[in-house]
Design a protein around this ligand. Structure first.
Ligand SMILES: Cc1ncsc1CCOP(=O)(O)O
Ligand SMILES: C=C1C=NC(C(F)(F)F)=NC1=N
Ligand SMILES: [Mg+2]
Length: 218
């Protein structure tokens, strides 16, 4: 299997509440056409899909990702990830313990863990995480209970101690600041609103790629 995060990964994350009223599957298809490298279904909030509607939506997202050979990751909901045979699951510190999740999903699925410190990063590695997400890096309105922006120092610190651990930056990332996350050593950038709410979604993904490639040269 190719390296999970061939640098720099554009990791698109979306739920039905992030698309500013546009058809979510159209948004995902456009992002895939633009060349995202990973997709995470993060269905949260009061008007989030549930039950059969969520299951149906998740299956449709998964098949779109399959058409573009992009890993399909489910946030939080292990049972949903299992039910639709997702490629992986992403859990936060308040979700099921990563060790338990790894045992449930098995060795071949992707396990991502949100971390906010070196200790949490170490625990994630010991729990069998394939990558960690760190943020919010910049200001974000997308996650109501987000911690205050931490900048890129945490990413640099984790990469220094664990150079082999893929680290994804998240929170307020746009084409204009993505290179800063990249030059701090991140293996990829996770993006919700800057892609999901872009005028032209595919071109916005291409803008991320172009700016990251340019930033990589620095
Ligand atoms: C899920 C999450 N975790 C930390 S910030 C964030 C939201 C990121 O959304 P956006 O890319 O729109 O700032
Ligand atoms: C809260 C989150 C933090 N990081 C990530 C990822 F980008 F996948 F690492 N996803 C999340 N849902
Ligand atoms: Mg969570």
């Amino acid at each position: 299997m190719s390296k999970l995060f061939d640098k720099p990964s554009i990791y698109f994350i979306m739920g039905t509440q992030n698309t500013a009223g546009r058809e979510p599957l159209m948004v995902l298809e456009q992002a895939l056409a633009g060349g995202i490298n990973h997709f995470q279904l993060r269905e949260k909030g009061s008007d989030a899909l549930t039950g059969d509607a969520l299951m149906k939506f998740a299956i449709e997202c998964k098949w779109l990702c399959r058409q573009y050979d992009v890993p399909f990751i489910v946030n939080d909901h292990i049972e949903l990830a299992q039910a639709v045979d997702a490629d992986g699951i992403h859990v936060g510190q308040q979700d099921a313990a990563a060790t338990k999740v790894r045992r449930i999903i098995g060795a071949d699925k992707i396990l991502g863990v949100s971390v906010h410190s070196l200790t949490e990063a170490k625990n994630a590695i010991d729990s069998g995480a394939d990558y960690v997400g760190m943020g919010p890096v910049f200001n974000t309105q997308t996650k109501e209970d987000a911690k205050s922006p931490a900048g890129v120092s945490g990413i640099a610190a984790v990469k220094k101690l664990h150079p082999e651990l893929p680290v994804i930056g998240i929170g307020g990332i746009t084409p204009d600041n993505a290179a800063r996350v990249w030059s701090a050593g991140a293996d990829g950038v996770a993006v919700i609103s800057s892609i999901a709410q872009a005028e032209n979604i595919a071109s916005q993904v291409i803008r991320f790629k172009t700016n990251l490639k340019a930033g990589a040269g620095k």
